[in-house]
Design a protein around this ligand. Structure first.
Ligand SMILES: *Cc1c(COP(=O)(O)O)cnc(C)c1O
Length: 374
C-alpha cells in the first residue's frame, strides 16, 4: 500500500457528505472472552431440542427465492402476540433501527417553512437523533428531569413551539429504564395530535415492563389514531435475528411501507421469528426470570458502598451512579465484564453506568467485578 492515498480515492471521498465523514461509527465493543452485560441481550440460549428444530426449519427454506408470502404469516403472528388493536397493520423492519430511519425518511419534508422536526426526551435512544441527522430533520431535544422523569411542561412547550413531525417516547426509556407516568404520556400524545404529527411509542423493553401503551390505543383508538407502536424481538431474545415491527392504523402503516426496501427482512429472519413466536412461552419464562433477577440485582446494588444511586427499572437494564464511572468501567473491563459507560452521553448521566440484567450467575459475576472496581 502506498503511503499517500491515490488522488482518485481522495476525490471520491470528497463526494461523501461532510456530516457523514464527521460522524463516529457506531462502536460494537469486541467481546470475545468477556461477560457481555453492555447491550441488554437475553442471557439464555434456546433449549437444545428447539435449536435442532429451528435448524431443520431454516435448512429447508428456499433461500434461492426472494422473501414472499411468509412475511404475512409473521405479521399475523406478531399482531396476535402483541394483541394489536383492530384495524391496525404491521410493518416489518430489519430491527427497529431500520424502522426508525424509515419513519424519518418518510417525514423529511419542510413544514411551516422550516425543516421537519423530530422530538424526543433525552437522555434517550441514540438512534432518534441519528435518524434525524441522516434524513435531514432537525432534532428537538427535551431534557428529562434530574431524576429521569418526563418534564411534561417542557415537552408540551416544545411540541407547541416546534410542531414535530415525529415524537418518540421510549416506553420504557433507554438508558434510564424508566416507564413514565401514563397520564403524562397521554397528554403529550394529545398535544402532538392537536398540532398534527406522529407519536412513536418505542416499546423495545416491553417483555420486562409492567404495562404497555397498547392498552390506551385499544381503549381510545380515535384519540390515539396518530400513535405508532414500535416493538422488536431483540430484547425479547432474538437480538441476532434482527426483527423489529411497527403496529399502527393501516392508513399510516401502508404509507410508511412504501419507503421500506421490499426485501428488508430475509427468509431466515422471518422464519426464525415465526419459530420463536410459536414458542413464545419459552421466551416469556426467560423474561420472567430476568425480572426476578432484576429485583435481586437492584437490592444487591443498593447495599454496595460506592454505588451512590440505583434507579428503579422496568427493563432488562439498571442504571447506577458511581464516583468515577470511567475508572469503574475500566476496572470491570480488566476483570472481563463489559458494561456500558453512559456518563458522557448526556450531562444528566454524569458518572452513570448501565448494567444489563443477566441470569443469576452473570449478575453475581458482574456484581463481584463492580465491587472490585469501585
Ligand atoms: C435496543 C433498543 C431498540 C432495538 O433496536 P433493534 O434494532 O430492534 O435491535 C429500540 N429502541 C430502543 C429504545 C432500544 O433500546
Amino acid at each position: 500500500m502506498p503511503n499517500s492515498s491515490p488522488a482518485n480515492l481522495s476525490k471520491a471521498l470528497d463526494r461523501l457528505r461532510p456530516d457523514v465523514r464527521a460522524m463516529h461509527a457506531y462502536k460494537v465493543q469486541g467481546a470475545v472472552g468477556y461477560l457481555k452485560m453492555d447491550a441488554m441481550e437475553n442471557p439464555f440460549s434456546l433449549p437444545p431440542a428447539l435449536q435442532l428444530e429451528l435448524g431443520q426449519r431454516l435448512g429447508s427454506l428456499e433461500i434461492n427465492r426472494y422473501p414472499g408470502e411468509r412475511q404475512n404469516d409473521l405479521k399475523a403472528a406478531l399482531a396476535s402476540y402483541a394483541g394489536a388493536p383492530e384495524g391496525s397493520a404491521v410493518l416489518l423492519g430489519n430491527g427497529s433501527d431500520e424502522i426508525i430511519s424509515l419513519l424519518a425518511l418518510a417525514c423529511a419534508q419542510p413544514h411551516d417553512g422550516a425543516r421537519a422536526k423530530l422530538l424526543a426526551p433525552m437522555p434517550g435512544f441514540v438512534m432518534y437523533p441519528m435518524s434525524a441527522q441522516l434524513q435531514g430533520l432537525d432534532f428537538v431535544n427535551v431534557s428529562l428531569t434530574a431524576d429521569f422523569e418526563l418534564d411534561e411542561p417542557a415537552m408540551l412547550a416544545a411540541i407547541a413551539e416546534h410542531k414535530p413531525a415525529i415524537t418518540y417516547i421510549a416506553y420504557p426509556n433507554n438508558p434510564t429504564a424508566t416507564l413514565w407516568d401514563q397520564g403524562a404520556v397521554q397528554r403529550i400524545v394529545d398535544a402532538v395530535g392537536e398540532q398534527g404529527g406522529f407519536v412513536v411509542m418505542d416499546e423495545a423493553y416491553q417483555p420486562f415492563a409492567s404495562h404497555s401503551f397498547i392498552d390506551r390505543m385499544k381503549a381510545e383508538p380515535e384519540r390515539n389514531a396518530h400513535v405508532l407502536l414500535m416493538r422488536t424481538l431483540s430484547k425479547f431474545g432474538l437480538a441476532g435475528v434482527r426483527l423489529g415491527y411497527l403496529i399502527g392504523p393501516e392508513a399510516i402503516v401502508s404509507e410508511i411501507d412504501k419507503v421500506r426496501p421490499p426485501y428488508n427482512v430475509s427468509v431466515l429472519n422471518c422464519e426464525a421469528a415465526i419459530f420463536a413466536l410459536e414458542h413464545a412461552e419459552v421466551f416469556a419464562a426467560q423474561a420472567l426470570e430476568i425480572r426476578t433477577e432484576r429485583a435481586k440485582l437492584i437490592d444487591a446494588l443498593k447495599t454496595i458502598p460506592g454505588v451512590e444511586k440505583v434507579w428503579d427499572s422496568e427493563a432488562n437494564m439498571v442504571l447506577i451512579r458511581v464516583a468515577d464511572a470511567a475508572k469503574t468501567h475500566e476496572g470491570m473491563k480488566a476483570r472481563k465484564v463489559l458494561i456500558k459507560n453512559v456518563s458522557t452521553m448526556h450531562p444528566l448521566l454524569a458518572n452513570c453506568l448501565r448494567l444489563t440484567v443477566g441470569n443469576a450467575a452473570d449478575n453475581a459475576q458482574m456484581l463481584a467485578a463492580l465491587q472490585a472496581s469501585l
